[in-house]
Every structure is written in structure tokens, then in C-alpha cells.
Design a protein around this ligand. Structure first.
Ligand code: ADP
Ligand code: MG
Length: 339
């Protein structure tokens, strides 16, 4: 046994950063969430080599005031909550004040930002977790953050990253999700200097699904509009004619936050059992809204999972209603064929 020692600041930072930043995907997620929270209307994501060698997210949001620039990079520095209780009445995606500081702990970064109050933009460059350069620069209102040399100081994590193709597919799926989930925002994705896709502000959900996900969903989407006194569910789920070998086309948003929620996906999948082959999965794009008091967003540093206080009520709402819609869709198609 070793003697008990208190870990040094650098080690603590690396450990904490590891919970937030696991891969290039986590960086893209945190940066885009910040752009959304900054009320951006246009967000451009650029990556190279699956994000391993380069990530840049550019937005036209509020920008960061010059006097707050360095504070934004401090751990637990946030403009989004003041007290713990604010977490239960939250409308922003961020709240932990950990993303920028965590990125600095595992990569180098350049930020350019300009607000409507500032006459000129500011550029800051961080290397090895230290500010090494600050200057003025002409730029539009908004923020652009470039991240490079990812995990250069954490070789194990670098080693465990997936191939460039897999990492960039994961990022591409994430940008699809953001584009589907946020109506008022246009998203553009550029990969290895190649333009991949672009969605328009206020492009409707259905056309985004056809364009980004799969044209074959055209006649296979079932519209959902379900509610009880606690939850409102809207969106689309696939008909029994459309299924996939994996869950990659399952998107769940709760109060505008993209989440992974196994019990919800399982309960939707259950409504298809016997209707589609075994080990095949439906596609769905589900938006659930509930009072923010019912949602605990603070269960994991990466914020991918949340907890609902009236989970059973939601699951039975799903079971009863989505199942019914799927069956109704089958019989309406049969009737059409008979006629
Ligand atoms: P959090 O999002 O949890 O507040 P972050 O570390 O992600 O923490 O960001 C720290 C702060 O920096 C944010 O609260 C916000 O004030 C500011 N910020 C970060 N990114 C942007 C951006 N793209 N536009 C405007 N402000 C930003
Ligand atoms: Mg954030």
C-alpha cells in the first residue's frame, strides 16, 4: 500500500477532464452545445481525421466579452447557473462550467470571439493548459474555437480512439441529431476539407429526416403527437416496413436535450415486437417535453444521460400510444392495398 497523498492540481484536472472529454465526439458535443446556448443561428463544424487532428466549431452567437475570456476557461466557471437549485429549472445545455477547462487539460486550443459591444474581436491561444497569446482581430460577432493536439498528454486515451472513419461517423451522427433537434439553427458539416451537409434555419423536420438520414423513410414515418398531464411527446417513428440492424437511427430529445435513455428506447422497441424481425430496430425521432422540475440533468459529467422523476408514467404513455399508432399504420396500409 502507498501512503495517502493529495493529488496535485495537474493530475486532478486530467482525471476530471477525462470524465467530460472521452473522444473527439465529446469535444464537438460540448462546443456545439455552447454555440446553441449562445443563441447561434448558424453553426459550422469542421473536423479532420475524425476530429483527432483538428476540430473547429464556429458560431454567430453572442460571443464572449473580453473581460470574461480567461474566466470562461476556468474550471466550474459558467454563466448559466448560480445556485444548485437552478439545475432544476434549466433551459441551457451547459451548466457545469467544465467543458472549456476540460478541453484545455487534454488539447491545445485557439478561440476567437466578438460580441456586439466590442469594436474588435479577441483571439486567445492556449498551449499545454497555459495562455500563450492574446491579440485583437477583426471578426464577425460570434465565437470560433479550434482544438488540436488532442490527448497529446494522455497517450492511453489517444491509443483507444477508434479509427478516423468511425470517429467521424460518430460525429456526423451527432451533428445530424443537433440539426434534427434544433429548428431555428442552420448546421453545416465539413470533414477533411470536404463539404458534407448543410441544413437550413427552419427547414422542417421531415425534410431534414429525408435529406440527412434516409430518403427511404419517405413513406415510412408515423407522426406522433401524444400527451398526458406530465409529458408531451412529438416526432416520428418508422413503420414496420423500415428497420435497421442497429440503433443508430434512434434519436431521443428530452426538453431539447439529446439524451441516451435505454428504458425509453426499449419501450418503443417493445411496441414493434412480433411486427419486425428479431434483432432489427425501428428508427425514431422523438421529442419529449416535461416541466424542468421533473428532470435531473446532473447525473453524469458528460450530460448524456438524465433522470426523470415520473419515468413509469412516461413509459406507459409510450407503450400504450406508440404501439397503437404503429398498428393503426399497418391496418391503414392494408386497407389501401385492398382498395
Ligand atoms: P458551461 O457551458 O457549462 O457554462 P463551458 O466550459 O462549456 O461551461 O463554457 C464556459 C462559459 O464560456 C459558458 O458559460 C459561456 O458563458 C462561455 N462560452 C463558451 N462557449 C461559448 C460560445 N460559443 N459563445 C458564447 N459564450 C461561450
Ligand atoms: Mg458548455
Amino acid at each position: 500500500m502507498m501512503a495517502i497523498v493529495q493529488l496535485d492540481k495537474n493530475t486532478i484536472e486530467k482525471i476530471a477532464a477525462g470524465e467530460v472529454i472521452e473522444s473527439p465526439l465529446s469535444i464537438v458535443k460540448e462546443l456545439v452545445e455552447n454555440s446553441i446556448d449562445a443563441k447561434a443561428k448558424n453553426i459550422v463544424v469542421e473536423i479532420k481525421n475524425g476530429g483527432k487532428s483538428y476540430i473547429r466549431v464556429t458560431d454567430d452567437g453572442t460571443g464572449i466579452e473580453e473581460y470574461e475570456l480567461e474566466l470562461a476557461f476556468k474550471r466550474h466557471a459558467t454563466s448559466k447557473i448560480n445556485t444548485f437549485d437552478d439545475l432544476y429549472n434549466i433551459f441551457t445545455l451547459g451548466f457545469r462550467g467544465e467543458a472549456l477547462s476540460s478541453i484545455l487539460a487534454c488539447a491545445d486550443l485557439t478561440l476567437i470571439s466578438c460580441t456586439k459591444n466590442s469594436k474588435v474581436g479577441k483571439k486567445v491561444v492556449y498551449k499545454n493548459n497555459k495562455l500563450i497569446h492574446k491579440s485583437s482581430i477583426a471578426t464577425n460577432i460570434g465565437t470560433s474555437i479550434e482544438v488540436y493536439n488532442l490527448f497529446k498528454n494522455i497517450p492511453v486515451r489517444r491509443k483507444f480512439l477508434a479509427s478516423d472513419i468511425r470517429e467521424s461517423n460518430r460525429i456526423s451522427r451527432l451533428i445530424h441529431a443537433f440539426a434534427l433537434g434544433y429548428d431555428g439553427i442552420s448546421f453545416k458539416f465539413i470533414k477533411d476539407d470536404r463539404f458534407i451537409f448543410h441544413t437550413l434555419e427552419n427547414q422542417n423536420l421531415i425534410s431534414k429526416i429525408y435529406n440527412l438520414i434516409d430518403e427511404n423513410l419517405k413513406d415510412e414515418l408515423i407522426h406522433l403527437e401524444i400527451k398526458n398531464n406530465l409529458y408531451e411527446i412529438s416526432g416520428y417513428t418508422s413503420s414496420i416496413n423500415y428497420y435497421r440492424g442497429n440503433r443508430s437511427l434512434q434519436y431521443i430529445f428530452i426538453n431539447n436535450r439529446l439524451v441516451e435513455y435505454k428504458k425509453i428506447s426499449n419501450s418503443i422497441e417493445d411496441t414493434y415486437s412480433g411486427l419486425i424481425p428479431n434483432s432489427r430496430y425501428p428508427a425514431f425521432f422523438i421529442f419529449i417535453n416535461t416541466n424542468s422540475n421533473n428532470v435531473d440533468v446532473n447525473i453524469h459529467p458528460n450530460k448524456r444521460e438524465i433522470k426523470l422523476s415520473y419515468e413509469d408514467e412516461l413509459l406507459s404513455l409510450i407503450k400504450e400510444n406508440i404501439g397503437k399508432k404503429v398498428i393503426e399504420n399497418v391496418s391503414s396500409k392494408e386497407i389501401k392495398i385492398k382498395n
